[in-house]
Design a protein around this ligand. Structure first.
Ligand code: NAI
Ligand code: MG
Length: 357
């Protein structure tokens, strides 16, 4: 059975890094006989230019039918003046909500070869391997009502609403428990149950779910403490599950423990395990078109795609091993350059991963 991978290069460095990931995917497709078919479509600023909308119907249609999506990045200074609803980022948000990609998986793994890139001491981060599971389509980012209103006193009041339904909490909880089962069987649920009612319910539901996953050890932590623990002793965590806003902040914090935004992949999944995979970084307009971008976050995202949406663990592991090999060889794009490294361009890094495969 042939399966379709939709490539959405997007803007800035997006096309450069997706091109490298595509080469790697085509290579494993041959090598492991995966029967993948590749398509590509426009999203973000690239779609705005050609079709006047950041998420054309044709792109959404292909995305809906695809088995998995690999996205580069969207946005750039060119579109900064546009109203929120017309910006390239709307393309990405639209895909997330239309495809109901509620589960955002962001691993923070420190590659031993890059240990010196972390801002924390080596003993605090060496061997770091944690997975943050962030709820992506609910919580305060989406709650209604929202806005800025005029009070009778004459001053303005801004307001947002924090809501989660029980089913929203349950489905993200299940993804997190299952991720923990496949890893070191420790799950920490992060909330603010001492202040926010939504998260009191969140905590009750996680406790309830735990009975279905008796092999997973569940703990709870307030978000302020979790932020502190992530820089104090991050290796105490295996899987962290949390809501949209807390997850946004904590996953960026965890990402930086590894020191290099150019290395960090992500997955966003729906109930059918259909997923959109993308690097955590943006379109990096400051280095776009210069052949400087690190393609590894996108390449590792492609490995996650093979693992989570296409059930091809062997091919996924082969890509990850190839990435590790090129790092062992000392090959470095500018963002991860160290004194004894060999500086390579975006496509040279792709060449090296391909050779290692
Ligand atoms: P950014 O992640 O694009 O760049 C931050 C810094 O990291 C820059 O100095 C950039 O050169 C560097 N960088 C990022 N990725 C890199 C890579 N692969 N290799 C080497 N260096 C890399 O974040 P920024 O500058 O805040 O945003 C730029 C644009 O990207 C904005 O329009 C923003 O809205 C958009 N953006 C899009 C995202 C997405 O598509 N998922 C996520 C974040 C931002
Ligand atoms: Mg963020």
């Amino acid at each position: 059975m042939s399966r379709t991978v939709l490539l959405l290069p997007g803007d800035g460095i997006g096309p450069e890094i997706v091109a490298q990931a595509e080469r790697i995917l085509r290579a494993v497709n041959e090598k492991f006989d995966l029967n993948l078919t590749f398509e590509s479509a426009l999203v973000g600023g690239a779609a705005l230019e050609e079709m006047n909308t950041p998420l054309p119907d044709a792109t959404l249609d292909r995305a809906t039918k695809a088995d998995a999506i690999l996205l580069g990045a969207v946005g750039g200074p060119k579109w900064d003046g546009l109203p929120m609803a017309e910006r390239p980022e709307k393309g990405l948000l639209g895909l997330r909500s239309k495809l109901e990609l509620f589960a955002n998986l962001r691993p923070a793994v420190l590659y031993p070869q890059l240990a010196s890139a972390s801002s924390l001491k080596p003993e605090v981060v060496s061997g770091l391997d944690i997975m943050i599971v962030r709820e992506l389509t609910g919580g305060i980012y989406f709650g209604q009502p929202r806005g800025v209103r005029q009070l009778e006193s004459g001053e303005r009041q801004g307001f947002n609403t924090y809501t989660y339904t029980e089913s929203e909490v349950r489905r993200i909880g299940r993804v997190a428990f299952e991720a923990a089962q496949q890893r070191n069987k420790k799950l920490c649920s992060v909330d603010k149950a001492n202040v926010l009612e939504v998260t009191v319910m969140w905590r009750e539901i996680m406790n309830d779910l735990q009975r279905e996953y008796p092999d997973v050890e569940l703990s709870h932590m307030y978000v302020d403490n979790a932020a502190m623990q992530l820089v104090r002793a991050p290796k105490q965590f295996d899987v962290i599950v949390t809501g949209n806003m807390f997850g946004d902040i904590l996953s960026d914090e965890a990402a930086m423990l590894t020191g290099s935004i150019g290395m960090l992949p992500s997955a966003s999944l729906n109930s059918e395990k259909q997923g959109m995979y993308e690097p955590c970084h943006g379109s990096a307009p400051d280095i776009a078109g210069q052949g400087m971008a690190n393609p590894l976050a996108t390449i590792i995202s492609a490995a996650m795609m093979l693992r989570y949406s296409l059930n091809q663990e062997e091919a996924a592991a082969a890509i990850e091993a190839a990435v590790s090999t090129v790092l062992d060889q000392g090959l470095r794009t500018a963002d991860i350059m160290s004194e004894d490294g060999t500086r390579v361009s975006t496509s040279e890094m792709g060449d090296a991963v391909l050779a290692a495969l």
